[in-house]
Write a protein that binds this ligand. Structure first.
Ligand code: FES
Length: 121
């Protein structure tokens, strides 16, 4: 029997859509503040981060839902090219080397990807 969705969750997208696009940007509320974020699907795993480069705080994507390098091996900032590991958001190349993206807790609930209520506090 599948786990029930937690109370207060926010739907991000259909799992099928994420598998097709590989990365999807979205917004969520943390307290009263609306934050940009994105999810990445890679090899059956899902990773989510705030969409804010540690270098200057700008959003990372170069087009809607485009967060990865051309070879899709790293998350890449469109501004100055910082590269972050997909699995933990650690910056391994670029001006903010050694810093990390801020992770977000997400889950799969049935056939949808959700952001967990804990991120809203
Ligand atoms: S703003 Fe992201 S690398 Fe400079």
């Amino acid at each position: 029997m599948p786990e029930p969705c937690p109370d207060g969750y926010q739907e991000i997208c259909a799992l099928k859509e994420l598998k097709a696009l590989k990365t999807i940007g979205f917004t969520y509320l943390k307290g009263e503040q609306e934050l940009n974020a994105f999810i990445v699907y890679k090899k059956g795993e899902i990773y989510a981060y705030q969409n804010s480069c540690p270098h200057t705080g700008v959003t990372l994507n170069w087009q809607p839902n485009q967060f990865l390098s051309f070879d899709e091996e790293v998350i890449q900032c469109a501004m100055h090219g910082a590269q972050f590991r997909i699995n933990d958001g650690f910056c391994q190349r670029g001006p903010c080397r050694g810093q990390s993206l801020v992770g977000i807790e997400v889950a799969i609930c049935g056939e949808i990807v959700i952001i967990c209520p804990s991120n809203k506090e």
